[in-house]
Design a protein around this ligand. Sequence first.
Ligand code: DC
Length: 223
Amino acid sequence: MYAVAIDGPAGAGKSTISRAVAQKIGFLYVDTGALYRAVAYDMLENRIDPSDIHAVCERLAHITVRLGYENGDQQIYLNGKNITEKIRTPQISAAASTVSSIGEVRQFLFSLQQDIARENHIIMDGRDIGTVVLPNAQVKIYLTADVEERARRRFVELQQKGIHTDFEEVLADVKRRDENDMNRSIAPLRQAPDAVLVNTSHLNFDQSVRAVLAVIEERIGRE
Ligand code: DC
């Protein structure tokens, strides 16, 4: 099986670019952020403070998270209920970043990610895919963009979904998540030594897709 690991900070365009690339080459796209978002969603629904490690760990025993696909689109199920449409709010983003620093949460989601990679050609995006989850992936890409540009893109995306916030708030959220994701002690966001850096700050969507495809062709094409 072929695995393409795409890691990088929030708002770099990982999910939209990965989805488009996966479609072009016929690989399954796996968005691992949705898994952390599902755990965060469950905590907020149950009025559990995402930073209360003890309470979060206790709650984990009562939840199951599963991925499915509908017309090629990833769906996420929490205790059998499809919550795909409910996990994209700024509150869930912040809570997902918080719960993702808890080792037990990462452990809880680990085998689910490895199992799906064992059975499919995949493009998997996240923060620790090339470093921890799939260290043997044939292709590793670290996809990033300047923080202001990432905040601008996230702001536009939220607006298009009808979620109203102001730019400064989105920028602060992106910076806070960078800080959390890069500085946590377990599986922090890092560029794997064998990952290719792709910076999309000055690339449009099509150019970004082409840049990622070029890396994949270069690496897999040689095998
Ligand atoms: O990619 P995203 O914005 O949906 O991710 C939400 C949060 O989940 C992010 O702040 C960090 C965490 N995450 C992680 O720690 N490891 C992953 N592989 C994917 C996401």
